[in-house]
Design a protein around this ligand. Structure first.
Ligand code: NAD
Length: 350
């Protein structure tokens, strides 16, 4: 375990707020990594951790990742993240009271940190936060928000898949392309619709066989049992379930030309990016291709964009990936390394 000094040494951010919530026994960590391009945006994760330093570490590193994600998306926002480390996941009145106190803490920061949902938090919690502060994204439509970010995330992933196909084959036509969608949830389900309606042959895999069957049935695709993920040849593998699916063990088993999906933190270890590169498998860096939800939330709720403006920004995900692929080819690096360089350039741009 890292010491407190070591924890802080891992982080080059601006402000960290630690609040003990006596009523619930929770500890709240709000980390503002960068306000260089605007207020720090990033979701609120609620989780039971073994130690408080583990929770703090999560908030610190996730806040830095948000800076890159929002800068590469071209949004006037910096990166932040909040973690509420709870003794157990609360429900009912206790949960509501905790989110109201948390909202007061966000309000006290004067807009330098603006939240949205993340692991174990959702639209209903954002509605509660919205009762006390305006510094919240992702409330329900009924409460004045723009609803779920999953459908625009899927649109962004679809643009990313097309840009990736164009890079490897010269055409972004999806007709007849075989795409394996892993995870038939909030993002995977609308992604399967988009791909199928563009003519792709969609294979769906999910731990929940009923969910996989429902989505596959709807789009005229087929179901693949999760343990047979590496048994089929496909052009695109779209991880839209959990992180960590690309490791030094799994990359050699991949039978695809492209990895392009919404899951966060797809690389289990940095070496997996080089291994993908060595195997000539094009990897769409996760924080670039899955930025559609953030783009839509900020665009609609903060910047007052029209639907057409949101669509244009979502298609920009494809343009950014194209730049990353060209730079990676020119420099002979992994696409992941090229994305980090571009994100840092956009962060520091005047
Ligand atoms: P979700 O919970 O709605 O759906 C995930 C699906 O994956 C579920 O159907 C689940 O049964 C399935 N699943 C879980 N583990 C699996 C496994 N090992 N193999 C196959 N299926 C598995 O989640 P979501 O909102 O669709 O998000 C999917 C991923 O995309 C997550 O990693 C999330 O962090 C990321 N992401 C989501 C958004 C968004 O707007 N929802 C935005 C950016 C990134």
């Amino acid at each position: 375990m890292l010491t407190f000094d070591e924890l802080l040494d891992t982080w080059d951010g601006e402000t960290a707020v630690i609040r003990r919530d006596r009523e619930s026994g929770a500890w709240i960590f709000i980390c503002i990594h960068s306000t260089r391009r605007g207020p720090a945006g990033g979701g609120t994760r609620m989780k039971v951790y073994d130690t408080r330093s583990e929770a703090f570490h999560d908030a610190l590193r996730l806040s830095a990742a948000m800076t890159r994600k929002l800068s590469i998306a071209g949004l006037p926002f910096g990166g932040g993240k909040a973690v509420i480390a709870v003794p157990e996941i609360p429900s009912g009145d206790e949960r509501r009271a905790l989110f109201l106190r948390y909202a007061d803490l966000i309000e006290s920061l004067g807009g330098t940190y603006r939240t949205s949902s993340d692991m174990n938090t959702g639209e209903a919690d954002m509605d509660v936060i919205g009762e006390r502060t305006g510094y919240v994204f992702g409330r329900s439509v009924a409460a004045g928000g723009s609803g779920s970010p999953a459908p625009p995330t899927a649109v962004g992933v679809c643009h990313g898949i097309r840009a990736s196909l164009r890079h490897v084959s010269g055409s972004d036509d999806l007709t007849g392309r075989i795409v394996v969608v892993q995870g038939a949830g909030g993002v995977g389900s609308p992604l399967a619709d988009l791909l199928a309606s563009a003519g792709a042959s969609v294979i769906v895999t999910d731990l929940d066989p009923d969910r996989a069957a429902a989505v596959a049935g709807r789009v005229g695709g087929t179901v693949l049992p999760p343990d047979r993920l590496h048994d089929v040849d496909c052009e695109v593998y779209a991880p839209c379930a959990v992180g960590g699916t690309l490791s030094v063990e799994t990359v050699p088993q991949l039978r695809c030309r492209i990895v392009a999906g919404s899951a966060n933190n797809q690389l289990a270890e940095p070496e997996a990016a080089d291994l993908l590169n060595a195997r000539d498998i094009l990897y769409a860096p996760d924080y670039v291709i899955n930025g559609g939800g953030a783009i839509s939330l900020v665009g609609v709720e903060q910047l007052g964009w029209t639907g057409a403006e949101v669509d244009e920004a979502l298609s920009g995900i494809g343009d950014t990936l194209r730049q990353i692929y060209e730079r990676a080819d020119a420099a002979g690096t992994s696409t992941s390394a090229a994305a980090d360089v571009l994100a840092d350039e956009r962060l520091l741009a005047p």
